[in-house]
Design a protein around this ligand. Structure first.
Ligand SMILES: C[S@@+](CC[C@H](N)C(=O)[O-])C[C@H]1O[C@@H](n2cnc3c(N)ncnc32)[C@H](O)[C@@H]1O
Length: 472
């Protein structure tokens, strides 16, 4: 008889937010488990290298930070793996994961202040929702999240972490998708139409922008866009992004960015405010999902810039860090590979009357031109790459700028620690490490690291850069 229930005491956290037990013949990832808590678990999958289990109950004493997850889709959806912990307990997990990532790369974390908390209830903070289109087991059309450990689409109309307007918008989109019988894309057969729906709301205006992501154009999508716009007044604009690529990426980037995006109805952009500045955001542009935490992070980052030195903002998106930092730095230049985001960043610079330039291109290929322009001026350099961290060669190109200070903003402790190890080897030291509760209920950690060159001969005064647009 196969035994499925076991008593274990998990030892550590896994990066995705499960607890890891080494008590069984194979390492076991335990959904809803907590390290140090003796628990009864159900093992539901035995892989070659990893078993998967689900927490059933605590034996003897429950961890003091354990709570009942308040969402009825907690286990089916899996998007909020730490919802079984109090906010204090969640912050401990994030700090543990950060510590572990640094230890693995031999980077001395030193004394880190607590994770900067997200104030208020851990709900309704998400201003972006990404939904997949699919079918239920009975073949009915569905819009929702991919299920935990499966490709099934789980409807999440009452998602607790999305803003109320995004919840309403989800229902409206879903209702019209079903009403118009828009077929979801089926990757196996290569048939169907709608792949994803991305909804973003501005905290400042309440406006919602909808992006339909489809495998190809169809007039039915224009009708869907019109119905959505009529169905919920908060939706001010709808776009279509055509993604006919393989894989699960939502947006398909061509040479110039999001080439296959067209505006269907209403406004083309929504406007957000961060630290008093105005930011126009369009479909597919990166912008933090939690504006109040983004504001805290930006304030801390801008406060850490060395005044009077130019700011080089690498991976600049629609320009948030560059534009907020330009006043302190005197002048900023941002580098971003997505053309639409670059155009928006330039628009945002003039909207806010800020002296900043934005260059379109890959960081690695643009940096040498920036080096030429800066000459001997030693800049502040901010990097905020995607989860994969700095691409090969980028660190060397940054070092060639001889930065007076480097700020590294990261959403992935593991690639952050890897890149910090290389920066330490190159002679920098960590001046501060500040993690932020950007993504409550998840194990993600957003971290700001400030690095200074160790050499004392680093304090000569700065001269201004030549202000010419490069590489645009
Ligand atoms: C994590 S986002 C940061 C955006 C911005 N700093 C912010 O706070 O809103 C990373 C950005 O880097 C851009 N990106 C990714 N790889 C790039 C590369 N090799 N060169 C230039 N930009 C890149 C992405 O398009 C995205 O806008």
């Amino acid at each position: 008889m196969v035994v499925h229930e076991f008593t274990v005491v998990p030892g550590t956290w896994m990066p995705r937010g499960e607890a890891l037990s080494l008590d069984l013949p194979c390492p076991t990832a335990i959904w809803q488990g907590i390290p140090g808590e003796k628990s009864l678990i159900h093992v539901y999958h035995r892989g070659r290298n990893l078993w998967m289990g689900r927490w059933l109950e605590a034996i003897e004493q429950a961890d003091p930070e354990r709570v009942d997850p308040p969402c009825d889709r907690y286990s089916a959806c899996g998007g909020c793996p730490l919802m079984h912990l109090t906010p204090v307990g969640q912050r401990r997990v994030r700090l543990d994961l950060l510590r572990k990532a640094f230890e693995d790369e031999d980077v001395p974390l030193g004394r880190v202040a607590e994770v900067v908390p997200f104030e208020g209830p851990q709900r309704e903070f998400r201003h972006v929702v990404k939904l997949a289109a699919g079918r239920s087991e009975r073949g009915n059309l569905r819009l929702g999240a991919y299920g935990r450990n499966s490709h099934a689409v789980i409807p999440i109309p009452e998602c607790l972490v999305a803003t109320p307007s995004l919840r309403e918008a989800m229902k409206v989109v879903s209702h019209h998708m079903i009403g118009l019988a828009i077929p979801p894309w089926d990757a196996e057969t290569g048939r169907g139409l709608l792949r994803y729906v991305v909804l973003r709301q501005s905290r400042a205006s309440g406006d919602v922008l909808v992006t339909l992501v489809a495998a190809h154009f169809s007039a039915a999508l224009v009708t869907l866009a019109e119905e959505i716009g009529r169905g919920f007044p908060a939706v001010v604009g709808v776009h279509l992004h055509v993604n006919d690529g393989e894989g699960n990426a939502i947006f398909q980037h061509d040479g110039d960015g999001l080439g296959g995006t067209r505006h269907l109805v209403g406004k083309g952009v929504i406007e957000e405010r961060l630290c008093g500045a105005r930011f126009r955001i369009g479909p597919g542009d990166f912008f933090q999902t939690n504006p109040s935490m983004a504001e805290k992070l930006a304030t801390e980052a801008v406060g850490a810039l060395l005044p009077g030195r130019p700011l080089v903002d690498l991976y600049s998106g629609v320009g948030s860090i560059a534009l907020l930092g330009a006043a302190t730095a005197g002048w900023a230049i941002g580098v971003e590979e997505v053309e639409s985001a670059v155009l928006r960043a330039r628009e945002n610079a003039s909207l806010n009357g800020v002296p900043a330039e934005f260059v379109m291109g890959q960081v690695l290929s643009v940096l040498p031109e920036i080096q030429t322009r800066l000459g001997a001026t030693r800049p502040n350099v901010v990097v905020n790459p995607a989860r994969r961290g700095l691409e090969e060669g980028v660190l060397g190109a940054i070092l060639a700028l001889d930065p007076a200070r480097v700020l590294y903003v990261s959403c992935n402790p593991r690639t952050l620690a890897r890149d910090l190890r290389d920066l330490l080897k190159a002679g920098f030291h960590l001046a501060s490490v500040t993690p932020f509760d950007m993504f409550p209920n998840t194990s993600h950690v957003e971290t700001l690291v400030v690095l200074d060159p160790s050499s004392a001969a680093r304090d000569e005064p700065s001269r201004g850069p030549r202000r010419r647009r490069v590489g645009a």
